[in-house]
Design a protein around this ligand. Structure first.
Ligand code: MEV
Length: 327
């Protein structure tokens, strides 16, 4: 039996624009998905536990290819099972063991579909644990590559390498098309996260931006401007200039809002963070519903968010410099 864990992530800058070849800077956070895998004679048995943040438990037990016995939203479970099935296929392929069967248990403290990398962390964890269980050691870059193929398949081609690369490698990373690398020398960032309890529909949100971008030149210019923010932000990150990083996060949120992917609850949390003195705040991930990320070295933002209407949970989640690992 092998257990692997992989971190979730926030986007410091660049979500959505990364889909069109602009750079993005996602950062791994200290919230992990833990995946335990044991080989069995054939087939798959999957247990998904506690896949949301505060005690809302998905009890899933069943054949991953059949109908699960579940007591929660089937679409959430189906999404999770789809990712796990494809991740298992990648592990079988890496180990040249097409018929390998597995018992898989997932525990995660990363809310599903909330913009902080739940599916990528689970996929990365499954690939690492299942290959290790089959006696194969693959490095973090190969895990990232295989995890990207999983997201690409499950999300019908609408996936960048950002989430999976960040979860596999850890730390702050830069992704631009197929060029993915760690940004060295960034050891700590004071992230505070606000979660509205909801989930965004990534496919629909990406499609909405694609439509705007093809309809209006100024929407295409907005996507390019996000790329400019990322390039400027990288310089601020390397210089350790937190106040400039915050200013650029605010700007990035404004452009995401203009592209139609924010919402009342996300805007409300962003403003609550800014009012509390955060250096900057923005939505993270696809948007719609889910999470915002703020930069604050004090406790003020976390406290303010915890009293903000529409914010279900506020927590600190520092940069995690470690990516996927065997536990
Ligand atoms: C979703 O976490 C981030 C998006 O940029 C889509 C992607 O990069 O695959 C919206």
């Amino acid at each position: 039996m092998v257990t692997a864990s992989a971190p979730g992530k926030v986007y410091l800058f660049g979500e959505h624009a990364v889909v069109y070849g602009e750079p993005a800077v996602p950062c791994a956070i200290e919230r992990r998905a833990r995946v335990t895998v044991e080989e069995r004679d054939e087939g798959l048995r999957v247990h998904l536990d506690d896949l949301t943040l505060d005690g809302f438990t998905i009890e899933y037990s069943g054949d991953a290819t059949g109908r699960p016995d579940v007591n929660v939203s089937e679409s959430l479970v189906e999404a999770g099972v789809g990712y796990i099935n494809e991740a298992v296929e990648q592990a079988r392929d890496a180990a040249d063991a097409p018929d390998a069967g597995f018992e898989i248990s997932v525990e995660s403290s990363i809310p599903l579909g909330a913009g902080i990398g739940s599916s990528a962390a689970v996929v990365v964890g499954v690939i690492k644990a299942a290959t290790a269980e089959l006696g194969i050691e693959i490095d973090a870059r190969e895990v990232a590559e295989r995890a990207y193929r999983v997201e690409h398949t499950v999300q019908d081609g609408e996936a960048s390498r950002a989430d999976t690369f960040c979860s596999a490698m850890g730390g702050a990373v830069r992704v631009e098309g197929d060029d993915c690398r760690r940004i060295e020398g960034v050891d700590t960032l004071p992230f505070v996260i606000g979660y509205d309890g909801g989930a965004g529909d990534t496919g629909a949100l990406v499609a909405g931006v694609r439509q705007l971008r093809s309809e209006y030149d100024f929407a295409a210019d907005t996507v390019e401007a996000v790329g400019d923010i990322v390039r400027e932000g990288e310089r601020a990150l390397q210089a350790g200039d937190l106040s400039e990083l915050g200013e650029l996060m605010d700007f990035n949120h404004g452009l995401l809002s203009a592209l139609g992917v924010s919402s009342r609850s996300l805007d409300g949390m962003v403003w609550a963070a800014r009012d509390a003195g955060a250096l900057g705040a923005k939505l993270t991930g696809a948007g719609g519903n889910g999470c915002v990320v703020a930069l604050d070295e004090t406790d003020a933002t976390e406290t303010a968010l915890s009293y903000t209407p529409g914010c279900e949970n506020a927590f600190r989640a520092a940069l995690d410099t470690e990516g996927v690992r065997i536990e």
